[in-house]
Ligand binder design. Structure first.
Ligand SMILES: [Fe+2]
Ligand SMILES: [Fe+2]
Length: 144
């Protein structure tokens, strides 16, 4: 392990922890959506906080540290899945923005957001993080 692979290992660990937190917040968002007074001010405030306090930092960490490192390691491989992850981030941001800016069709947008975000986490945990760990394991062999 060198300083960079250590940092990547640590980053994957913290991204996984953040996913646990995000999943809880998605569940909470879903229960706020299922309340009778939907869409409540509470829900919109919660969604805004989720976006600005949690998701923007999380997505930035994924793109600027993990995905950037993966592309540097292997510029030609994994391009399609890395593009999909980045596209998801943009789409998720756009959905939240639409929800916060208008008053109609919110339930469909929110349902779409919850589904896309949960699929997105699965894709990262079952593919991206595993590919990254594979690259880490391979580079560890090179140093020995
Ligand atoms: Fe992500
Ligand atoms: Fe993530």
């Amino acid at each position: 392990m060198n300083i960079i692979t250590d940092a990547i290992q640590t980053t994957i660990g913290s991204l996984l922890k953040e996913h646990q937190q995000i999943k809880k917040e998605l569940d909470l968002l879903q229960s706020l959506m299922e309340e009778k007074n939907f869409p409540s001010q509470e829900l919109l405030k919660f969604l805004n906080n989720l976006k600005t306090l949690t998701l923007s930092g999380h997505h930035e960490k994924e793109e600027k540290i993990l995905l950037k490192w993966m592309i540097d390691q292997n510029p030609n491989a994994d391009g399609a899945i890395i593009s999909k992850i980045k596209k998801d981030h943009q789409e998720l941001d756009a959905i939240v923005q639409r929800i916060l800016e208008r008053s109609e069709g919110l339930e469909d947008e929110l349902t779409n957001f919850l589904q896309l975000y949960r699929e997105h986490i699965d894709l990262e945990e079952n593919f991206i993080f595993l590919i990254a760990k594979g690259i880490l394991a391979a580079s560890e062999c090179e140093y020995h």
